[in-house]
Design a protein around this ligand. Structure first.
Ligand SMILES: *[C@@H]1O[C@H](CO)[C@@H](O)[C@H](O)[C@H]1NC(C)=O
Length: 536
C-alpha cells in the first residue's frame, strides 16, 4: 500500500488539495482496489500535469456512486464561502427527489432525513465537502465547499446542464440552452434596488430556484410569475423582500413544491393560496417581524415534515395540524393557536419549540398537553411562561436536548430534569427558574454532557451531590449575579473539560481563580474561561 500510495501522491505534484481529495477517494476503497485507482490516476494525470487538481477532482467525482452525483452538483447553487446549513441542504435534496427510497438498516427504518445526512457524511469522508460547524449532538450543523472544488462543481454542473447561476443586476446569463435549465441560483448583490424579477417564461422546466440575498438588504422583488414555473419543487426566497410587502398569491400555482423557505422575507400575511401546496415537506416561515398573519393553511399539507412558524404570529382561526402525520419538526408553535384533538399524538415529532403570543404573559397549561402528545421528541424548546414543569414521565424518554427560556418556574427544575435519562444538553436560560436554590442529586443526569445556566437572576445557591452528572463535559454559567460560588460537588465530576464563566461578579471569579479559596473545585478542568468578570 505504501508503495502504491507514494506513487499516486507523486502524481499530485505536491498540491495539498489534490492529495486530500485523493486520500478521501482511497479511504472509501478496499485495499484490493488501490491498484485500480492507481491505474486511473495514471491515465487521468499523466498527460496534462498542469491540470492535476482538476483531474483529481474529476476522478473523485467520477468515482461517486450515482446517488451522490446530483447531491454533489447541487452544491454549485451556493455562493463562494457560503456556510451551507445541513438541514436545509438535505431537505432540498429530498425536495428534488435525490433521496427517494426509505432504506432499512438493522430492522429500523431510516427516514429520508437520516439518509440525507449519511449522503452528506459520505461526501465529507471523500473530502469533497468540508464540515463548517458541528452541532451540539454531534451532527454536522453546516458544511462548506473549498473554492477550487466549488469552481469544479459549478463547471461540471453547467456543462451537464444541471444548473445555471445568475448574478443580478449584471444579469449575466451563460450561454446554456436556457429552455432546458432545471435549476437556477440567483445572486443578488447590490443594494437599493427594485427588481423586475426574472423572466420565468424562459425557464418552464425549472425544478429548483434559490435566491441568495444578503441579510440586511434593500432589494425588493416586484413580480414573481410563479405561474410560469409550475414544475418547481424547491424554492428558497430567504431574505427576499417583496415590493408590495407580501408574497404574491400565485405561489398557489406551485403545486409540486416540496421545499419552501420564506425565512426573513418580512411578508405580513401568508397568502391563503398556500393551502394548495399539498406536497410540501418543508415550510420555513421564520421571521423576526411582529405579527405575521398566518391563516389555517396547513390542514391539507399531509406530507409536511418540517414546519417553522414565525417567532411572533397572529391567527384568526386556530391552525389545524392533526392531518400532519409525518411532522418531525414543529418550531414556534403557540399551543393556544393550534387545534389538535385531545387524544392526538404527534407520532413522528422529533423537535418541538413552543412560544407565545406577543405581549402575552399569561401562563398556559396547554403546554403539558402538547409535550405529552409527543412521545418521540429528542429536542424540546420551551419559550414561554409555564410556571410548572410537566412531570418527568410526561416528557419523551428520548429527550436529549432541552432549552427553557422565560418559563418562570417556581420550583427547582433539577428535581424533575435529572430524572430524564437520555438528556445530554440542558440550557436553563433567562428567568426559566425564579427560585434561590437548586440541587442535583446523586445519580441524577446520567448522560448529561452540557449544562448552561444563564440569567437565572434569583439563584443564590446550587448544590451538586457526588455522583450527579457523571458525564458532564461542559458547564457554562452566565449572568447569575446572586450565585455565590460553584458547588463543591463539581470537584468530583472528573469528566469536565470546559468551564465557562461569563459576565459574573469579580468576587465570583476571584474565588475560582488560581490562588482563590474555591480553586480546588476546578483545578482538574483543562479549560477554564472567564469573560467579562471585572465588575465589582
Ligand atoms: C466535527 O466532528 C468531527 C467528528 O467528531 C471531527 O472529526 C471534526 O474535526 C469536527 N469538525 C469541526 C469543524 O469542529
Amino acid at each position: 500500500m505504501e508503495k502504491l500510495g507514494k506513487e499516486m501522491i507523486g502524481y499530485c505534484g505536491g498540491l495539498p488539495l489534490a492529495i486530500t481529495i485523493l486520500g478521501g477517494l482511497l479511504a472509501a476503497k478496499q485495499i484490493e482496489e488501490w491498484e485500480d485507482v492507481l491505474r486511473r490516476v495514471k491515465s487521468y494525470l499523466y498527460e496534462q500535469p498542469d491540470l492535476r487538481l482538476t483531474k483529481v477532482m474529476g476522478l473523485s467525482y467520477d468515482d461517486l456512486p450515482c446517488h451522490l452525483k446530483p447531491c454533489f452538483l447541487y452544491l454549485a447553487h451556493f455562493p463562494e464561502d457560503f456556510e451551507i446549513p445541513r438541514k436545509e441542504l438535505t431537505r432540498m435534496w429530498m425536495g428534488e427527489g435525490f433521496i427517494s427510497q426509505i432504506q432499512r438498516r438493522g430492522g429500523r427504518e431510516d427516514t429520508m432525513e437520516d439518509v440525507g445526512e449519511r449522503y452528506l457524511q459520505e461526501l465529507v469522508q471523500r473530502c469533497m465537502v468540508q464540515v463548517g460547524k458541528n452541532g451540539s449532538l454531534g451532527k454536522i450543523r453546516t458544511c462548506r465547499i473549498h473554492d477550487l472544488m466549488r469552481e469544479f462543481c459549478v463547471l461540471k454542473a453547467q456543462r451537464e446542464n444541471f444548473l445555471q447561476i445568475t448574478n443580478i443586476p449584471s444579469m449575466e446569463e451563460s450561454n446554456a440552452r436556457i429552455g432546458k435549465i432545471r435549476r437556477l441560483a440567483i445572486n443578488l448583490e447590490s443594494s437599493d434596488n427594485y427588481l423586475e424579477g426574472i423572466k420565468f417564461n424562459k425557464y418552464p422546466y425549472l425544478r429548483s430556484l434559490l435566491y441568495f440575498v444578503p441579510h440586511d438588504n434593500n432589494l425588493y422583488l416586484k413580480e414573481s410569475h410563479f405561474k410560469k414555473i409550475r414544475l418547481l419543487r424547491v424554492l428558497n426566497l430567504e431574505n427576499c423582500h417583496y415590493y408590495c410587502g407580501n408574497l404574491p398569491d400565485d405561489v398557489g400555482y406551485l403545486i409540486h413544491l416540496r421545499f419552501l423557505s420564506l425565512k426573513n422575507t418580512k411578508i405580513e400575511i401568508v397568502p391563503s393560496s398556500m393551502g394548495n401546496l399539498k406536497c410540501l415537506e418543508t415550510l420555513d416561515l421564520r421571521s423576526q417581524e411582529y405579527g405575521m398573519k398566518v391563516p389555517n393553511v396547513f390542514k391539507n399539507m399531509k406530507q409536511l415534515r418540517h414546519l417553522y412558524l414565525p417567532i411572533y404570529y397572529q391567527v384568526s382561526e386556530k391552525l389545524e395540524l392533526s392531518n400532519l402525520h409525518y411532522l418531525q419538526t414543529l418550531v414556534n408553535v403557540i399551543p393556544e393557536s393550534i387545534h389538535i384533538p385531545s387524544s392526538f399524538i404527534f407520532n413522528r415529532l422529533r423537535s418541538l419549540r413552543t412560544t407565545t403570543f406577543l405581549n402575552e404573559w399569561e401562563w398556559d397549561s396547554d403546554v403539558v398537553q402538547v409535550v405529552s402528545s409527543c412521545p418521540d421528541i429528542y429536542k424540546l424548546n420551551l419559550h414561554r411562561l409555564i410556571k410548572k414543569l410537566p412531570k418527568a414521565h410526561q416528557f419523551s424518554p428520548n429527550l436529549a436536548k432541552l432549552t427553557l427560556w422565560r418559563t418562570g418556574l417556581e420550583e427547582d427544575p433539577m428535581a424533575t430534569l435529572e430524572k430524564l435519562s437520555n438528556l445530554k444538553i440542558l440550557r436553563l436560560l433567562f428567568n426559566s427558574f425564579l427560585g434561590k436554590n437548586m440541587v442535583c442529586s446523586q445519580r441524577g443526569f446520567p448522560l448529561l454532557q452540557s449544562l448552561v445556566l444563564s440569567e437565572l437572576r434569583y439563584l443564590e445557591e446550587w448544590k451538586v451531590y457526588e455522583g450527579a452528572a457523571p458525564n458532564l463535559l461542559h458547564l457554562e454559567i452566565r449572568e447569575c449575579w446572586c450565585l455565590m460560588t460553584i458547588p463543591d460537588g463539581l470537584s468530583s465530576i472528573t469528566t469536565l473539560q470546559k468551564l465557562e464563566i461569563h459576565d459574573m461578579p469579580k468576587s465570583f471569579k476571584d474565588r475560582l481563580d488560581k490562588g482563590g479559596p474555591d480553586f480546588y473545585k476546578v483545578q482538574h478542568v483543562p479549560s477554564l474561561v472567564f469573560q467579562q468578570c471585572d465588575r465589582e
